[in-house]
Design a protein around this ligand. Structure first.
Ligand SMILES: NC(=O)N[C@@H](O)C(=O)O
Ligand code: NI
Length: 166
């Protein structure tokens, strides 16, 4: 199996796949008479198709063994999908470029505490991947009519490593 090393998550590196949700480097301004700072417009939410609406969910994810064996990625053709952890633990993110409907080699990222991600519509990604213990996430994605899930199974899985010396 081909080995993939997870890299630290940055807005720049993740930009082709969506948004990094974090306060660091974000536009912000004071509201509520100066008692609150609004970190503004952090990610682009998309919800298209018949009856499309934006859903706010909480996902309670179970941890995956590391290194991760990645055999399948998925995408949502009708909407974006954002994952914001409700605790400070890092989690694993994996995305793939699209080559005419077929995912290319994955890129893997380890989040820093306080970072979340928003997968842009139709971006190939691994399912929610907590590390080490159960973790809750606020998830914003698309509801409505139609099929919003496309899965791709790799002929040969990848192994994704976090923080090891290659
Ligand atoms: N299926 C579902 O709602 N979750 C996945 O889309 C995922 O990205 O974890
Ligand atoms: Ni998804």
């Amino acid at each position: 199996m081909k080995r993939i090393e997870a890299q630290s998550l940055t807005r720049e590196a993740f930009a082709p796949f969506g948004d990094v949700i974090e306060t660091e480097g974000a536009d912000s301004f004071l509201i509520n008479e100066g008692n609150c700072r609004r970190f503004h417009d952090l990610a682009r939410v998309e919800a298209v198709g018949e009856g499309a609406r934006v859903l706010i969910n909480i996902f309670r994810g179970q941890p995956y063994a590391m290194p991760l064996t990645l055999g399948m990625v998925e995408r949502h053709p009708l909407g974006s999908q954002a994952f914001m952890p409700l605790s400070g633990r890092p989690f694993l993110v994996a995305v793939c470029p699209d080559n005419d409907g077929v995912p290319g080699e994955p890129l893997a990222f380890i989040t820093a505490p306080g970072q979340g991600v928003n997968y842009a519509r139709n971006v190939w990604h691994a399912v929610l991947t907590p590390i080490g213990q159960e973790q809750d996430f606020l998830v914003i994605d698309r509801g409505g009519e139609g099929n919003n899930l496309e899965e791709f199974f790799f002929d040969e899985p990848f192994t994704i490593h976090v923080g090891e010396n290659p």
